[in-house]
Design a protein around this ligand. Structure first.
Ligand code: C5J
Length: 226
């Protein structure tokens, strides 16, 4: 067992049963010229976390711990996209319409790919999720059960939408959830901060948060704790 300096109190990280979930680091959300930026969002806070997420992924690869990448995407016939989801946002750019990087939020389109810097390696899991939460209508529960996972480390975007929703789903399913603060971002910095505060409020009501440095230091700590 390792001890991670975390908020609101230290997080106990076992030697086994830990998986990393990297949420929606896809081109349309992160790259300038993609869907996110066409909606008027400043994508720079999202792009800024890429080096930290790379470092976190590298640490998991180094230990051969499981890594699960998600993408928010729909089937091309939109059969998994409820009308209530599609008819939101900006009428000229709906899910399935042709955007700057192909059809928006459609599996297989260029904008739906994970950015090249964080491309999944062979053997890593890639989940296409039609909802904000990573468990909704996906195989994630089965994958985690097969891996005997008990602890989930989270990274990705956006903090208050898909990351927080996925963490809440995981928390209700009994996982010990840790979000790495410098590996998550939002188009709205205030929302990111509020989401971090909500997650760790009331004695870790949803889970814990830690810095990347704190997490990596604990992984390298040679001491073990009972
Ligand atoms: C959003 C996400 N914000 N990945 N998706 O629509 O958070």
């Amino acid at each position: 067992m390792k001890i991670v300096e975390a908020q609101p109190f230290p997080y106990e990280l076992p030697e086994q049963g830990v998986a990393l979930i990297v949420i929606d680091m896809q081109r349309d959300f992160i790259e300038a010229g993609g869907f996110g930026s066409m909606l008027g969002n400043d994508v720079r806070p999202l792009a800024a976390i890429v080096p930290a997420v790379r470092e976190l992924i590298a640490a998991f690869r180094h230990r051969a711990w499981p890594i699960i990448h998600t993408r928010e995407g729909h089937q091309s016939d939109l059969s998994d996209c409820p009308r209530a989801k599609r008819h939101r946002g900006f009428p000229k750019l709906r899910i399935g319409d042709v955007g700057p990087m192909g059809r928006i939020l459609i599996d297989g389109q260029p904008g739906n790919e994970i950015i090249a810097e964080l491309a999944p390696a062979p053997g890593e899991y890639q989940i296409v999720k039609p909802g904000k939460g990573a468990f909704y209508k996906t195989d994630l529960s089965t994958i985690l059960a097969d891996l005997k996972t008990t602890h989930l480390v989270f990274a990705g975007v956006t903090t208050e939408v898909c990351v927080q929703t996925s963490m809440r789903e995981a928390n209700d399913r009994g996982y010990y959830c840790l979000l790495i603060e410098d590996c998550t971002a939002s188009y709205f910095p205030g929302f990111r901060q509020s989401a971090l505060d909500m997650i760790r409020a009331q004695g870790a009501i949803v889970g814990w948060t830690a810095t990347l440095k704190g997490f990596l230091q604990s992984m390298e700590d040679k001491r073990t704790y009972a």
